[in-house]
Design a protein around this ligand. Sequence first.
Ligand SMILES: [Zn+2]
Length: 176
Amino acid sequence: MKTSSLLSLWVAPFLLLPALTAAAPDAGVFDALHRFHGHRCGGSILGARLGAAARSALGDEVSKGKVRAVYYATGCPLDGIQVTTGSTLGNGTIEVKDRKEMRLRLSVEGVRGAVEARPTELALALGSESKVLTKKAKGLPQGSPERAELEARVAEIFARLETAPDGEVVLTTLVR
Ligand SMILES: [Zn+2]
């Protein structure tokens, strides 16, 4: 197979703009993720955003071969990544290297180069806040106004993480 390259994207960086301004995945993706993952959480949502942004940054290259993923941590984001990249443990196209880094590398078999995606500072902050508030809410009596208030704030954070434009929540770079 002829090896093509993502190099053309480096010499024409404006081509990346559509990926950077790409819209968030639609609500159906997050519903599927929720069912697959078993709960709604910031980590799985962020994983889905990393996967979707990285895949869209690969552009048309995804049609040239198998999409392969490497994720440099474990945990909830892995499920989101599998849902939006199609690289799964089942089909053998995702590799996990646990370096405690929320970093996804996505490439296409036979195509030189890769795309890396990481969460922005804002996304990390929202993810942490949702985790803290969820824990706090669980310590309060069910049905109490205090708990409802915290749960509403968590729901707001999840909605923001799901719907923010890619550029707000994901940093995408091309690597050799
Ligand atoms: Zn989770």
